[in-house]
Design a protein. Structure first.
Length: 157
């Protein structure tokens, strides 16, 4: 008996297919963010969702070293960032970076979203200090905001 390993094996009848996770933001929210983008404020707006997610994933990777050598400057026990057992700050599960404000190293901000019980909550995380000394970094995280409050607090374009 010869087994053909080049042909994909179909799933058995009735088996569930892996589901694609729901997008972080809906189309109207993506459009609103795209309209706010400017020279220093970016939300990775792109027509192709794969490109948009790649940009946002890169921001998440760029934020990691700041968290690794960071200290929280406010009480954010319930927020999107917590101190891991190894004493490093990390993003909570389900928290995603979806925007970046480039203040040229003087208070750069990352915009975060977290789904909490079918609700999206938005946060601003700012690197308050430490850029000129390569750490430690003082990190400020805003209180949770709903969509409209978040938009109202964005800097002008």
């Amino acid at each position: 008996m010869r087994i053909d390993m080049t042909s994909p094996v179909p799933p058995p009848p009735g088996a569930s297919q892996p589901s694609t996770p729901a997008p972080l933001l809906d189309a109207a929210q993506e459009d609103a963010l795209g309209a706010r983008e400017g020279a220093f404020l970016s939300f990775g707006s792109a027509q192709d969702p794969l490109i948009r997610e790649a940009i946002r994933d890169e921001w998440g990777r760029a934020l990691a070293p700041y968290l690794e050598y960071g200290t929280l400057s406010n009480d954010a026990a319930e927020g999107p960032v917590y101190r891991h057992a190894d004493a490093q700050l990390v993003l909570r599960e389900g928290v995603q970076v979806f925007g970046f404000l480039d203040n040229q190293g003087c208070g750069d901000c990352y915009y975060l979203c977290s789904r909490q019980q079918h609700e999206r909550m938005f946060f601003t995380l700012c690197i308050e200090s430490g850029n000129d000394t390569d750490g430690p970094y003082d990190i400020y995280v805003s209180a949770a905001q709903d969509w409209h409050t978040f938009l109202a607090h964005l800097p002008p374009t």
